[in-house]
Design a protein around this ligand. Sequence first.
Ligand SMILES: Cc1cc2nc3c(=O)[nH]c(=O)nc-3n(C[C@H](O)[C@H](O)[C@H](O)COP(=O)(O)OP(=O)(O)OC[C@H]3O[C@@H](n4cnc5c(N)ncnc54)[C@H](O)[C@@H]3O)c2cc1C
Length: 411
Amino acid sequence: MVDTKVTVYGAYWCPDCRRAKKFLGEQFVPYHWVDIEQDKDGEIVVLEKNQGKRIIPTIVFEDGTFLVEPTNAELAKKLGLTTEAKKTYYDLIIIGGGPAGLTAAIYASREGADTLLIERAGLGGQAGITVGLDNFPGFPEGVSGQEFSERVTQQAKRFGVEILQAVDVERLEMEEGYHEVYTSDGKHYHSRAILLATGASYRRLEVPGEDDYIGAGIHFCATCDGPFYKGAKEIVVIGGGNSAVEEGLHLTNFTEKVTLLVRGDKLTASQIAIDKVNQPGSHVEVKYNVIVDAFEGQDSKLKTIKYHYKDNDTMEEIHPAAAFIFIGQMPNTTFVKEYVEVDRYGFILSGHDLVHDDHMHKNGVLPFETSIPGIFVAGDARYGSTKQVASAVGEGAAASISIREFLRKMG
Ligand SMILES: Cc1cc2nc3c(=O)[nH]c(=O)nc-3n(C[C@H](O)[C@H](O)[C@H](O)COP(=O)(O)OP(=O)(O)OC[C@H]3O[C@@H](n4cnc5c(N)ncnc54)[C@H](O)[C@@H]3O)c2cc1C
């Protein structure tokens, strides 16, 4: 986790500003956003830094230094992230630095395996953006997702795990008995075993306007972006499951009212969360059987959500300060779904869920091993996983034991 204070000067219509904000958000870097269209002092800062030119994004760091229109690689360098590995050969390469990947890294490295972990965004994965973990054993008062992620990362580093951040794995191949891991920065690394711990991502509504206002009124993380709306009259949350209800309740800390737009005719969250929504004075209103049709904006910022009810075609509108979308997740497996066996949603099959191929797995398939010998999977990306931090941690540990067995047999 990077501890720095950053101010991003930009404008809502600027795609490069959105990219830079997205990058900082993914790295869990807290930043102030100044829209120079609205803020004259902000515009003056930009003009001063750029010899009278209005170039955005201009990003000013805590130490007073600044970057103008930086690429993601330049931002990563400035934030002190390690993006290049020390070596090219490893016993184990772990792809994904969420709870599953970090736990497997602790186990493997502690037992002496030369381990490289590659993470494209912020360490901690989905757990890192969770407001509070109340159900992880050992924390009777709960723990913030951020603190949890920092602790696990520190532990992995203590055992010597090499960690790359802001590096996306794009492709896997096999060459002369070694797995080859190709990354977005044009590099590639070799390993004897691989763990896929790439988790899952937020599902989108795929309706008109959604892409246009991401980061400009449409969000997927209440912890990251909720505070921007402190004092707002109304925030809309789309979805009716656990994430939607819990994050909606969290957003009542910032806004007078949260309106939940639910596609179904009931909430499917835990009973505790539903009771909190229904209790008097919860500041949450629920509209059921709602189909969202479109997002519209003004001055490049979300202004309107258009929707209709399932049994009635009449279009209605709502004008919240922001919309947070929590409608489920999809596995981050696009880069391997042609390589290892996956189910129809892209979740990776392993162990006894595979149709066994004795030719491929000469010694039988190990638990958490995929259709390719030596490639393992753990956590939310795995078919059959239970999508919880505790189970991702457990799978990371269990997969590392299988990997140890695999490496031992390889000799
Ligand atoms: C809002 C929210 C609230 C939640 N609340 C709780 C809770 O209270 N309790 C609980 O137990 N669980 C909760 N969960 C679920 C829990 O966070 C997940 O089940 C858990 O984080 C899964 O861990 P993972 O390591 O499998 O995957 P993830 O946490 O998804 O981590 C996977 C990592 O892999 C990285 N990655 C993906 N593809 C690539 C690639 N190609 N190259 C490099 N890196 C890549 C991703 O950036 C990510 O950091 C919550 C989830 C969300 C979203």
